[in-house]
Every structure is written in C-alpha cells, then in structure tokens.
Design a protein around this ligand. Structure first.
Ligand code: NAX
Length: 325
C-alpha cells in the first residue's frame, strides 16, 4: 500500500469543507489507491464543530482515511503537509470596507504562509480557496520565501466549470468534449471567461455558437455573477460546487490534466503583460505534478481590454496590502 499523503485543510468547520473533506477521504482527489491523513485547521471557537465533522468522517469508515486530527494552530496543521487547501478566510461583515477585508485576510494569510514556510513539506502544493483568493495566495506565497513560488495557486476552477456548463447548455454538446477553455484573471466578477480557443470535437466553439450577443450579454455575465445567483437561490454561497472545483484543481495538478487545458490561478512569470508574481487565472496543462502555462495565445483588442480590467483590480489589491508584506 502507498504511504499516506498529508493533506491540510483550513476552514474545516465551514460549509465548503463539509463537502470537501468527505470527497478527499473517499479518494476523489488523489486516487482510489492513495491513503490520506487529514490535518484540519479552524479557529478556536470552531473546534467543537470540527470534532463533529471528524466523528462523521470516522463514521464513513473510509478505507483511505489513515488519520485525521484538528487543531487551531497553523504550525500543527501544516506540519509536513504535502497538500494544503486554504479554505478558511474572513468573510465580509456588515459595514466592512473592502480595504478592511483585504487587511483582515492579509493577517490570516501572512501567518499561514509563514507557518507553511516553517513546517510544511518543501514541495507542498498550496491551493487558496478563501476570498479574495488570488491576493490571499499572493500573500501566502510572499510570506513563504523558502518554498517555491510556483507551489502557491488560487482557485478559478469553479469559474472554469461554470463556463463549461454554459457552453454545454448552449451547444447541446457534452461537457466532456469541450477543450481549450480558460478564465483569465481574478476570482471576482472582473474575471474574463474566454472561449475564443475552445473546441468541441475539433470544431471551434465561437463558430458553433456564432452568437456574439449571447457571448457578451449572456455567457460572460452569467459566469461572472453565478456566485451571487446561487446565494440568492440557496440563501448560502456555493459549497458543493466549490469543493468539487478544489478537488479537480488538486487532482489535475497532482495526477495530470491529460493534455486538457484547465484554469489555475498561478504566479505570473510576466507572460501576457501580467505583472510578475501576481496570482492570475491562466490556461495551464498539468503533467508530472507540475503545471505549464499555455503561452503565446493571440490577444485581440476585446481580450486585452478585459484582461486589463481584471489585472488592474489585482494590482490594486496588491497595492492595498503591500505595506503588510
Ligand atoms: P464558511 O463561513 O462556511 O466557513 C469558513 C470557515 O473558515 C469557518 O469555519 C471559519 O471558522 C474558518 N476560518 C476563518 N478564519 C480562519 C483562520 N484564520 N484559520 C482557519 N480557519 C478559519 O465559508 P465557506 O462557505 O466554507 O467559504 C470559505 C471561503 O471560500 C470564503 O472565503 C468564500 O468566499 C470562498 N469561496 C471561494 C470560491 C472560489 O472559487 N475561489 C468559491 C466559493 C467560496 O465563495
């Protein structure tokens, strides 16, 4: 049997974790033959709730769950972690300004980045889900100077999957056949879901759909505002779909995306004029435990404008926290 992989998950008492942890333990993320140890982090006041989650994990009798423990100490949670999924974050409370939200989260992610730097496995793969996800990932990366920067990523996979779903609905084709889709930029309403390169069984998606109005007036806003639509319908934010996206992000990163483009928020190397280091949604292919950014895609005027908007938002977020790093 394989040695267990240590997976740290923060925000373990929250609603995303309530889907995520069970799917990790059942083998959905790392494979049906890969045992896992779950190392759960949440705030002191959430420890009782996490104990309940652990009882339920035990009661699933998952053969792959080698161990599970909870703590409120990041250094305990991240000890030797090979995968760290950072879900816990400070939500916006009533009357909180955007700058206050960025600061509150900056404090969390500088501390967690420093803890990862100190105790995690040197090749830990980090996925930040907690919002503002891109900037939180950037902060954690900057706070972990001894770890490779490329090991810090942010989740745009939910946006990617939402875009896949809209295209499948519009074309009536199977979602599985859609290739070469990507979402550029920030996990926020400024994100740019780009289907210019997408194909279905080799046919160009823009040509198949041939409806510029649908693209601009339905597709882009539906993908961008899907999170709000779910809150309005459910009274709670997306959880199971967010957990699913996290599973797919890590699964593809570790096990490979089999040639398929997926979207990951990754530190920019300066390609496409994106400031180096900013954690930006980009098309990637994963192989051998690494991701590779798809380079040299043509950027037309419309795309340049849309990428510019989401880039500007991320540059502003970075500027707002720069003094804390
Ligand atoms: P919940 O409020 O249900 O759970 C959050 C949990 O995090 C709570 O148990 C809380 O005690 C814990 N927490 C807070 N600060 C912590 C800290 N410093 N260390 C450890 N744990 C801490 O939120 P949930 O619905 O699970 O969402 C979690 C985060 O995901 C939010 O920031 C949310 O905005 C973000 N999302 C990101 C998405 C993405 O695509 N990147 C989509 C879904 C989701 O909106």
């Amino acid at each position: 049997q394989k040695a267990p992989i240590r997976v740290a998950v923060t925000g373990a008492a929250g609603q995303i974790a309530y889907s995520l942890l069970f799917r990790i333990a059942s083998g959905d993320m790392l494979g049906a033959d890969q045992p896992v140890i779950l190392q759960l982090l949440d705030l002191p006041q959430a420890q009782q709730a996490v104990r309940g989650v652990i009882m339920e994990l035990h009661d699933c009798a998952f053969p792959l769950l080698a161990d599970v423990f909870a703590t409120d100490n990041p250094e305990t949670a991240f000890q030797d972690a090979q995968i760290a999924i950072l879900v816990g974050a400070r939500p916006r409370s009533k009357g909180m300004e955007r700058a206050d939200l960025l600061h509150a989260n900056a404090n969390i992610f500088t501390a967690q980045g420093a803890a990862l730097n100190k105790v995690a496995s040197r090749d830990v793969k980090v996925l930040v889900v907690g919002n503002p996800a891109n900037t939180n990932a950037y902060i954690a990366m900057k706070s972990a100077p001894d770890l490779p920067a490329r090991n810090f990523t942010a989740m745009l996979r939910l946006d990617h999957n939402r875009a896949l779903n809209q295209i499948a609905l519009k074309t009536g084709r199977s979602l599985n056949d859609i290739e070469q889709l990507c979402v550029w930029g920030n996990h926020s309403p400024t994100m740019y879901a780009d289907y210019r390169f997408a194909t279905i069984n080799g046919q160009s998606v823009p040509q198949l759909i041939n409806d510029a109005q649908w693209y601009a007036e339905h597709f882009l806003p539906t993908v961008a505002k899907r999170g709000v639509a779910i809150i309005e319908a459910r009274g709670l934010s997306s959880a199971a779909s967010a957990a699913n996206a996290a599973i797919e992000h890590v699964r593809d990163w570790v096990l490979g995306s089999k040639g398929r483009w997926v979207t990951m928020g990754v530190p920019s190397d300066g390609a496409y004029g994106i400031l180096e280091g900013l954690v930006f949604g980009l098309p990637v292919v994963c192989e051998n435990g690494e991701y590779r950014v798809i380079k040299d895609l043509p950027i037309d005027d419309f795309s340049r404008e849309r990428i510019g908007i989401t880039l500007k938002e991320l540059e502003d977020e970075r500027a707002a926290v720069a003094h804390l790093l």
